[in-house]
Write a protein that binds this ligand. Structure first.
Ligand code: HEM
Length: 433
């Protein structure tokens, strides 16, 4: 629980409270909602000395204001607080990600490249692919009457890999590599496997695919990217790599987390599950509420780019700042009964996809995948039960929340696809990008 620290630190940070808080600690992971509530109610803008020191913003107003001010709260790669991905604390060793680690004005050029392939109309063209892989995954387990929901939700990973034009049979390596880097315990077996084996393997495969598509474009998203221009020149292979890696990192774990947390909650709230089964049209708004309530991306970071006074706190150039989207989403000043799920809540201006120019580029994709998965599971496994004594949460809840094991049982059903092979051939012949 956050508590004021000693006098000396209080003076160092002016009038602003110094708290014992570490979003990566086991204490916080035990109950992130309570931990953030205590912080938000006592010190919504506070300094902690964890990880070399950072500001933590936990009410909606401060998260919103910081996320909208790129001139002061920079996302650009820098060396404050070490080397590595700049939007997480502590920084994690990772290749530059574009456009999330670029500030305006250059940011806009790269975001303009991504927007057309992630816009609602583009996602509409991918619905058959999404639905196909959801069906394929459910088919794998539907006859047996039992499964681990944490596995079945590999759909976001496989859809993203296939959409990009990477080999679908390697989807597990992509998802475990990206997941472990952000959610596994540092130096654990899973983390070492991810950083020393899987990451180098998938990185090389991405580089090879980028080079191959440049030589001979196909109809996938990587082929689209290698043909785009910024400042009147083609994107380099390095830039394309930075975008592809971010598209995988951004979409795979987040959507899986949203669906897994929702499935567990719906097991515990059979009345709401019944309503969604009876009235699937409610799923649209319900997904927004699940996004708010579960906030799969809990918090991301910025770096102060110029000395400033922010919400009464003096912030200095180079200081790191954590923006807690999840805590903003539970702020009673902005959401009535914030700790309750109301599947018809509207309007619902949640910050689960971020706020400001870096707001999630894949939000339409994420929503479409979540709706497809939840829709099919509720339709084909309507009576599923979960053994709550056996569910396992990610050991860390600091950046991504979610479950790594969800043992479930249901009345067996029938497969839908005649072909049990993994690939997807667009029936309309339309491409991926
Ligand atoms: C439930 C699903 C998702 C959640 C909760 C989520 C969350 C977020 C958040 C909070 C940000 C803001 C980052 C910041 O301000 O620093 C973001 C950015 C981003 N997300 Fe997502 N995301 C989801 C799905 C996806 C998917 C499916 C993709 C890709 C297909 C994706 C790609 C991206 C990209 C490229 C950015 C960077 C945008 C930029 O810098 O302009 N996300 N996401």
């Amino acid at each position: 629980m956050p508590e004021p620290e000693n006098e000396e630190l209080m003076t160092t940070h002016g009038r602003c409270p110094v708290v014992h808080f570490d979003h990566n600690s086991q204490d916080h992971s035990a109950d992130p909602v309570a931990s953030y509530r205590a912080l938000r109610e006592s010190a919504p803008v506070a300094w902690t000395s964890a990880h070399g020191g950072y500001w933590v913003l936990s009410d909606y107003a401060s998260v919103f204001d910081a996320a909208r001010d790129d001139a002061v709260f920079s996302s650009a790669r820098n060396s404050s607080g070490g080397e590595g991905l700049t939007v997480v604390i502590p920084k994690t060793p990772m290749h530059l990600h574009i456009p999330i680690e670029i500030d305006p004005p250059d940011f806009r050029k790269y975001r303009n490249v991504i927007n057309p392939i992630a816009a609602p109309a583009a996602v509409e063209r991918q619905l058959a692919r999404i639905e196909h892989y959801t069906t394929w995954f459910v088919d794998q387990v539907i006859e047996s009457g039992e499964c681990d929901f944490a596995q079945i939700i590999g759909v976001p990973s496989i859809v993203t890999i296939d959409w990009l034009g990477l080999p679908v049979e390697d989807w597990r390596r992509y998802s475990s590599a990206h997941h472990a880097v952000l959610a596994a315990v540092r130096e654990s077996r899973e983390w070492i496997q991810a950083t020393t084996v899987d990451f180098p393997y998938v990185s090389q495969q991405m580089r090879d695919t980028i080079a191959a598509r440049r030589a001979e474009p196909r109809d996938d998203a990587i082929s689209y990217l290698v043909q785009q221009q910024v400042d009147g020149r083609s994107l380099t292979d390095e830039e394309v790599f930075s975008m592809v890696e971010l598209l995988i990192a951004g979409g795979v774990g987040t959507t899986a987390s949203l669906v897994s947390q929702t499935l567990v909650w719906l097991f515990e709230h059979q009345d709401v599950r019944g309503r969604l089964i009876q009235q699937p049209e409610l799923l649209e708004r319900a997904v927004e509420e699940f996004l708010r309530y579960f906030s799969p991306t809990q918090a991301l970071a910025r770096t102060v780019a110029q000395d400033t006074e922010f919400h009464g706190c003096p912030m200095r150039t180079g200081e790191r700042v954590l923006l807690a989207w999840s805590s903003a989403n539970r702020d009673a000043a902005d959401f009535e009964r914030p700790d309750e799920i109301d599947i018809e809540r509207w309007p619902n201006r949640h910050a689960a996809f971020g706020v400001g120019v870096h707001r999630c580029a894949g939000s339409h994709f994420g929503r479409a995948m979540a709706k497809s998965l939840l829709g099919q599971i509720l339709e084909r496994m309507p009576d599923y039960t979960i053994d709550l004594s056996q569910v396992e949460r990610y050991p860390h809840q600091g950046t991504n929340t979610g479950f790594q094991r969800i043992p479930a049982r249901f009345t067996p059903g029938q497969r839908r696809l005649a072909n049990t092979e993994l690939g997807f051939a667009s029936p309309s012949g339309r491409g991926r990008a």
